[in-house]
Ligand binder design. Structure first.
Ligand SMILES: NC(=O)c1ccc[n+]([C@@H]2O[C@H](COP(=O)([O-])OP(=O)(O)OC[C@H]3O[C@@H](n4cnc5c(N)ncnc54)[C@H](OP(=O)(O)O)[C@@H]3O)[C@@H](O)[C@H]2O)c1
Ligand SMILES: Cc1cc2nc3c(=O)[nH]c(=O)nc-3n(C[C@H](O)[C@H](O)[C@H](O)COP(=O)(O)O)c2cc1C
Length: 510
């Protein structure tokens, strides 16, 4: 560790994680080392807009780095002989958490830790006032809710440098989860002895691990704590300027596109090519719509006719609960039907028996690069709260029913606050309901004020709420119109008038 450097650096560790290959991890998993002087590496972004956390490069311009994912979990540890260190790293990897190693300003020599020889460590542990100084800056903990705190047992206690750390940082209001390694002693009172040093912190029960504890055991314990992954707070919300949304997977998704529900084969091919010809790049399909082949055909046709690179196009498909029994077969079938190389985003279409396992299989396909991003559809607050701690890769997207008569004003911020993008289905109310919604007096008045259509107002209202839209259409004129959402802006008053239309009126059962 080079203690001369003082700036915080990001360290990509994905390659090592994938090499372990025992835990399915999607390409987005990354822990960030915020220890001063840690390895100077940065993430790289490829042509497809995907961030490759495995690539280790120096001097990467800030603009191409993945944004920091700090904003939830920090793993702090002290490890003089290297036994606690890997466990801290496993925890950080599991949670995409930031990692901070406590180092002594005056490093402990081998003689300093030769215990029962009245060595430095013996003396410090016997001295209630000993507070060994820490090297470098401490990380700012204001951005974290949860701090895992790791240390070796020294004479039945945490090393006194842990006391220094706790007295030098403000953990009030944070949840602190201690863990330790030792030759044989249990955690004993070592953790509860620390409570008084961090007033206002909420202390979880600590956990002892034997030296050499495996990644699997640590992963299982992390899951049992109920702590969810660090979330990239910069992801998941539509950026009107770039007409896109940065996903927590590192990929970028267009902010508006085409829904293909109920489009027959020929209409679907025509609609997809019309979308791509007119600058749209996002297409939503599903096994259940029976038109994945048509979507693939339309994509390939447009790539050939209009010279659009595959990387610019973003195709979402979904697997249905009836397929959860054999998710690998379902994913393979979708890849084959679409026949466009890889799937940009795959969703579980609905909650159902076997959904967690199906998602974990999708995680494996993501790790293999066959699917780029993962998501869920028709998952609401309670379903998400139950689901998220059970999976390794945080979904990049949740697709739910959203329109002015069913706005999900509690669900949308809940999802977005986790860095997960929200996409609205039935944006125009769904077939059979569009006339009422497009004819709504408030919407029409706002549309007239801007010289645009009711559909454009509703779609723009979604974008201004940070929500991605996928209006369905078999009409090329409508498809073109639905992409034309950037020549006007709804005022705060207009946004409020549309918000007031909410009736909590679902137009489908799920
Ligand atoms: N995850 C799920 O469970 C779920 C459920 C339902 C839907 N979805 C997805 O969400 C997409 C959108 O939903 P949806 O297609 O059912 O309903 P929708 O987008 O709310 O409405 C589609 C209807 O709006 C009309 N329309 C589209 N643009 C228009 C415009 N500019 N002016 C006037 N009318 C216009 C279409 O007619 P024309 O064909 O004549 O343009 C069609 O009748 C689906 O296609 C599907 O991809 C997902
Ligand atoms: C000064 C000192 C005191 C120790 N006291 C204990 C002890 O009381 N009980 C025990 O089981 N192990 C004890 N150990 C062993 C360490 O707890 C154990 O090797 C630990 O895994 C080291 O973690 P680290 O490699 O992350 O520093 C002690 C080690 C040192 C250096």
């Amino acid at each position: 560790m080079n203690s001369e450097k003082s700036s915080y650096k990001i360290k990509g560790v994905l390659a090592a994680l994938l090499a372990a290959a025992l835990i399915p991890l999607a390409a987005c998993a990354v822990a960030h080392d915020v220890t001063p002087g840690s390895t100077d590496t940065a993430d790289a972004t490829d042509d497809a807009g995907r961030t490759d956390h495995a690539a280790e490069k120096t001097d990467t311009p800030a603009a191409t780095r993945a944004p920091s994912t700090s904003g939830g979990v920090l793993v702090v540890y002290f490890s003089r002989t290297g036994h606690t260190k890997p466990l801290a790293e496993y925890i950080a990897d599991e949670l995409d958490a930031d990692l901070y190693e406590i180092n002594a300003k005056v490093p402990y020599t081998d003689d300093d830790i030769r215990y029962y020889t009245d060595c430095r460590a013996d003396r410090e542990q016997n001295d209630p006032d000993a507070r060994p100084e820490i090297a470098g800056e401490l990380p700012d903990v204001s951005a974290y809710d949860t701090v895992f705190l790791g240390y070796p047992i020294w004479h039945g206690q945490a090393p006194k440098i842990i006391y220094t750390y706790l007295e030098s940082t403000g953990l009030s209001g944070k949840t602190v989860i201690p863990f330790c390694t030792s030759a044989s002693s249990p955690i004993g009172s070592s953790a509860s002895d620390l409570h008084a040093l961090a007033p206002g912190a909420v202390w979880n029960e600590g956990r002892h691990f034997a030296i050499g504890t495996s990644r699997e055991v640590i992963a299982e314990w992390v899951r049992s704590t109920g702590v969810v992954k660090n979330i990239n707070v910069n992801t998941g919300t539509v950026d009107i300027g770039t007409r896109s949304v940065l996903l927590n997977s590192g990929y970028t998704m267009p902010a508006m596109g085409l829904g293909t529900y109920s489009l027959d084969h020929d209409t679907c091919v025509r609609s997809v090519t019309a979308l791509l010809q007119n600058g749209g790049r996002l297409i939503d399909t599903a096994y259940m719509y029976g038109n994945e082949e048509a979507v693939g055909e339309g994509v390939r046709k447009a790539m050939k006719e209009y010279g659009i690179p595959r990387e610019e196009i973003f195709v979402i498909t979904k697997i249905y609960p009836s397929q959860f029994g054999d998710p690998a077969a379902a994913i393979d079938a979708a890849l084959e039907k679409l026949d466009i190389g890889y799937i940009d985003m795959m969703l579980l279409h609905h909650p159902g028996a076997g959904d967690v396992n199906a998602y974990r299989v999708m995680e494996q396909y993501a790790a293999a690069g066959k699917i780029h991003s993962l998501g869920l559809s028709n998952w609401y607050v309670s379903e998400l709260t139950e689901f998220l701690p059970q999976v390794t890769v945080t979904p990049a997207l949740v697709q739910n029913e959203i329109h002015p008569y069913y706005q999900e004003r509690d669900v949308v911020p809940f999802i977005q606050s986790k860095g997960i993008a929200v996409q609205g289905w039935y944006p125009l109310g769904g077939r059979g309901h569009t006339a009422e919604l497009l004819g709504d007096a408030t919407i029409k008045a706002i549309a007239e004020a801007h010289g645009v259509s009711s559909a454009q107002v509703i779609l723009r209202w979604n974008l201004q709420r940070g929500i991605v839209v996928i209006p369905g259409s078999g009409n090329p004129d409508h498809i073109k119109e639905n992409l034309d959402l950037f020549g006007f802006e709804l005022t705060a008053d207009e946004m409020n008038r549309i918000a007031a239309l909410d009736r909590n009126e679902k137009h489908d059962w799920y």
